[in-house]
Design a protein. Sequence first.
Length: 298
Amino acid sequence: MTIKHLVGNRAVIFIIGVALNVAAQASDAVPLTFIDGIPFVTVTVGATSSRMMIDTGGSLGISIPEITADKSGSVRLLNETTKFRDLKGDVYEVKNLVAEKVGVGNTNLGSVKGRIHVRWGGESPDAELSKARQAGAIDLVAFGNRPVMFDYRDSKLAIYAPGEPRPSGQQSWQALRLEFGKEGPNVSLVVHGKPLKFVLDTGATVNLVNPGSLIAAGAQPQCAETGHDKNCDPRELGTVLDENGRAVGKLSAERIDLNGAPFDGILGAPFFQSYSVLFDYSSDLLLISPFDANGTTL
């Protein structure tokens, strides 16, 4: 082999190596900001750019205020509406739309279906979080089949190309079967021997669980209601398991009547603050990696 061929081969190897390294680092790391534990990200819609809440607890695509839709120059209103009900049971009806030229970070999401944004829920209109929510919201539907990872510890959202390998460098990855419905992404967790359906909702400031579901599961508070133990916390439900019987972590959740919702509970900010969480719809998997290898409370 001549020196020319050797150098040429090394150059090819070097180029391939660089390409592989670029591929390994190809995810789009987008900064997150937080208000009361709720993540916000800068979203571009046509000629406009605004900080929107990332709300995984639904299937809306993108929710855009009318003023943003008008200024963007790339939002088309449809001759149809969507009705939805919040956890208080209040019903809302809003116009549907198609937003063109939607982008997050360096990722071009293309056209995204959605609806006109409306304020809902029981928050005070003067609260900082309530005001921030008025800029709109985007959910996982908008990202299509791109895997996305939430890392609250480093305040970033990683967007991966379809088929890109999952990230490395975490303490460990645990895979849960991921399902998706009108209520949003959800997983099954075993509480006191009974599988319960939990929606993964970045828009929720706390974990929630339906008391009726706990009664059916035979779950009891860790202390009697008449007890005087100051260390007693009725929100504690003990260690929960995945469908394969592996421990996920200790679950703490507020008990609230979910008004007949088609799920048993919600995993909100406390869950996402404990794990790196990767949604991979193409594989129907939720991958989680604890920030604390010595034990995690959801």
